[in-house]
Design a binder for this molecule. Structure first.
Ligand SMILES: Nc1nc2c(ncn2[C@@H]2O[C@H](COP(=O)(O)OP(=O)(O)OP(=O)(O)O)[C@@H](O)[C@H]2O)c(=O)[nH]1
Ligand SMILES: [Mg+2]
Length: 433
């Protein structure tokens, strides 16, 4: 376990494991084996793996995860419809509550038009975007923590995600059953937030009991953790989300609280599921969206207006028809792009690129990342043996028209360990291990 978390800490953007997939350690090993085989023998890894693992490895290692998020909300608000749209994974969706009874995990490439625009000048054999993982779970109802509806058993599936997308029904449609009878975002948000807080309360209470038992033998570190969970328990008891809990500011306490994987500690995005009529104005005139914006602003959270139904239809069209449909609604981009962009902002993430004849590839890094850290997302050897990075920006390439011209214009720089990577940087690393 310690090894796994060390690997994850070192490679926060390595593919995460999920129930169908492989662990980060296995992923790392396969990555290294595959690279060695390719480089030394010129063969791929596929021949030595059972087909299922082979495809899992290929799927996982072809991409590096941007982030992953769990979708929560009341039943029938459009979670699976949104999930279908963003992942095209075919999650079950139908007009009755609780149609999702198994967690669904789906992945989608991060739409970034810069990849194609770089390709226009660099001409690579392959373009590899980063991916985002979505986890769709069954809807929660009032009293879920006491076992109402399907209970809160599925929340366990989203304890490890980076962010929460809270889908709130902002469309009126008498044909679609609402578990509470009417569309009322304030009440709906309150129900879900309360259930999430109660679920975290359960987790924290278990930790209070666990630490109490362990403290029969006095221990300074455990005592500090106990004091922290007791404060956290009091905080949650007031039905306040854990993201507003203030730690004592020490890295130890921050890490301890982080390790509790509390759902309400995670950053949240509210997805306002609009009616198609409200879509052209992105819900400007909808009282439901207005209410939701007021709630979100109090929590410092963001609202992303989206029509799950339209997104689902869009996802089935080819790019040209998509454009026509978006234009018909007076929109320039799918809601998915807005959602993912907001996710990047929420989580403080940036994208940088590597570009060469072989491939053009997008990599996700924290907004404040120095060059060696960015290199480490590709491979730990790049970080360990970092010498310098050759850097220019996407905008420079667009201005100059080719890497050679960027170089001629003196815009291709050599940067060292302290260079803070900017969004849209195109980087080439020199390293020695
Ligand atoms: N009119 C309208 N109907 C929608 C919209 N989004 C979803 N629906 C419909 O609402 C019904 C329920 O949608 P789902 O996506 O299955 O709902 P869910 O939130 O996943 O529900 P559970 O899995 O039961 O928690 C389906 O019939 C959808 O077609 C929308 O934006 N407008
Ligand atoms: Mg569903």
């Amino acid at each position: 376990m310690r090894l796994l978390s060390a690997v994850k800490r070192r490679h926060p953007y390595l593919p995460r494991p999920n129930s169908l997939s492989i662990t980060p350690t296995a992923a790392l090993h396969f990555f290294q084996i595959r690279r060695n085989l390719r480089e030394n023998l010129g063969v791929g890894l596929d021949f030595c793996l059972p087909p299922k693992i082979s495809s899992a490895v290929k799927q996982d290692l072809e991409f590096v995860m941007g982030f992953n998020c769990g979708i929560v909300g009341l039943p029938n608000v459009g979670k699976s419809t949104l999930f279908n749209a963003v992942t095209k994974a075919g999650a079950q969706c139908a007009n009755y509550p609780f149609c999702t009874i198994d967690p669904n995990v789906g992945r989608v490439a991060v739409p970034d038009t810069r990849l194609d625009r770089i390709d226009a000048y660099v001409r690579a054999k392959k373009i590899i975007p980063t991916i985002i993982e979505f986890v769709d779970i069954a809807g929660l109802v009032k009293g879920a923590s006491r076992g109402e509806g399907l209970g809160n058993q599925f929340l366990g599936h989203i304890r490890q995600v980076d962010a929460i997308v809270h889908v709130v029904r902002c469309f009126d449609d008498t044909n679609i059953t609402h578990v509470e009878g009417t569309t009322d975002p304030a009440r709906d948000v309150d129900i879900i937030n309360t259930e999430l807080v109660l679920s975290d309360y359960e987790t924290v209470t278990k930790n209070v009991d666990r630490l109490q038992r362990l403290l029969k033998i006095p221990d300074k570190k455990l005592q500090a953790q106990y004091d922290c969970v007791v404060r956290l328990k009091n905080h949650l008891e007031a039905l306040k989300p854990a993201r507003f809990f203030e730690t004592d500011g020490t890295p130890e306490e921050d890490e301890f609280v982080h390790g509790l994987h509390l759902i309400t500690r995670k950053p949240v995005l509210y997805a306002a599921n609009l009616s198609e009529d409200d879509l052209p104005t992105l819900g400007e005139n909808s009282p439901h969206v207005k209410t939701l914006r007021e709630i979100a602003s109090k929590e410092n959270a963001k609202v992303v207006p989206i029509s799950a139904k339209l997104e689902e239809e869009l996802a089935q069209l080819d790019p040209n028809d998509q454009k026509t449909m978006l234009t018909d609604f007076g929109l320039t981009e799918p809601g998915l792009s807005r959602l993912i962009r907001s996710g990047y902002e929420l989580l403080g993430l940036n994208t940088y690129f590597t570009a060469g004849e072989k491939e053009i590839r997008a990599w996700t890094i924290p907004k404040v990342a120095k060059a060696p850290q960015a290199a480490g997302v590709i491979h730990s050897d790049f970080e360990r043996g970092f010498i310098c990075a050759e850097v220019y920006n996407f905008d420079d390439l667009m201005k100059c028209g080719s890497e050679a011209k960027v170089r001629e214009a003196g815009l291709l720089r050599k940067e060292g360990r302290d260079y803070l990577v900017k969004d849209g940087d195109i980087m080439h690393f020199l390293f020695n291990v």
